[in-house]
Design a protein around this ligand. Structure first.
Ligand SMILES: C[S@@+](CC[C@H](N)C(=O)[O-])C[C@H]1O[C@@H](n2cnc3c(N)ncnc32)[C@H](O)[C@@H]1O
Length: 248
């Protein structure tokens, strides 16, 4: 089933990621800050003891760039990485991973506590989702689902673009997209649909305050945002929150 998000159907978003899977890593490797920024957002989860005894979820894991950032910060944690695109998951699975990392195909907004308990052995201590929230048709459903699979006190970090609150950020984003991302994406993949979708979907996406409001409405507490450095300052953010009730 497909539903409309912006001008692209959500089933088509997954199809586009299927098509881009073979070149996705080359694309993100061409962005010098991509992996560094994912690692920064993961560090903001403040995972203790190299993740010993922790259960972590990486939602919208793609080819595993965000999963790799989690493995680096928490090499002892059990990690369940989830994505809707078979092509992206195949690319992720083709890489070497520690035994504690598993990949599953699912739409993140359909996750339930029972599904996660079965695959992870209990509720998640933390959820990471990089560049996912903007791509789902029902962001509130996603936030509710991810809150429901967290243990009380469990933490969430959403790594995402948001420019709606700043005209300056919108102008920089449009300049970088049409000057760099769309032409280099076309060169590397032979098509530009996904990159034009990226540009437009970021412009159409929520402002940062709206994201924080959605997180609160989903039942998350201590919500906050933190910027990423460089040209992405004010464009890419880490949105942080926690399920109320427990401690670490
Ligand atoms: C831009 S990629 C990000 C991949 C990875 N997190 C990273 O940081 O490189 C977004 C990913 O979200 C996935 N995705 C989109 N909608 C999804 C959904 N509803 N549930 C799960 N994954 C989804 C896409 O297939 C794609 O792999």
């Amino acid at each position: 089933m497909t539903t409309t998000t912006g001008r692209m159907k959500t089933g088509a978003v997954t199809d586009e990621f299927d098509h881009a899977a073979g070149s996705y890593d080359r694309l993100v490797d061409a962005n010098p800050g991509y992996h560094r920024d994912l690692r920064t957002s993961v560090r903001r989860l403040r995972l203790p003891n190299e993740g010993e005894g922790l259960r972590l979820l990486d939602l919208g894991c793609g080819t595993g760039a965000s999963t790799a950032a989690l493995v680096e910060a928490a090499p002892r944690a059990r990690i369940l990485a989830v994505d809707a695109s078979r092509g992206m998951l195949d690319a992720a699975r083709a890489k070497p991973w520690p035994d504690r990392v598993a990949f599953h195909q699912a739409r993140a907004e359909t996750l339930s506590p029972a599904w996660v308990n079965e695959r992870l052995g209990g509720p998640a201590d933390a959820v990471f989702a990089a560049y996912l929230l903007r791509n789902v048709p029902e962001p509130d459903a996603l936030l509710e689902a991810l809150t429901s699979v967290l243990r009380p006190g469990g933490r969430v970090a959403l790594h995402e673009y948001s420019v709606a609150d700043s005209r300056g950020a919108q102008a920089v984003w449009t300049g970088v997209c049409w000057g760099v991302i769309i032409p280099s994406g076309r060169l590397l993949t032979g098509r530009s649909d996904l990159f034009r979708y990226l540009w437009r979907s970021v412009l159409e996406f929520d402002g940062a305050d709206t994201v924080l409001g959605r997180m609160r409405a989903a039942g998350l507490a201590s919500v906050a945002r933190a910027p990423l450095p460089g040209w992405q300052y004010g464009i890419t953010h880490t949105f942080l929150g926690a399920r109320p009730g427990g401690t670490w």
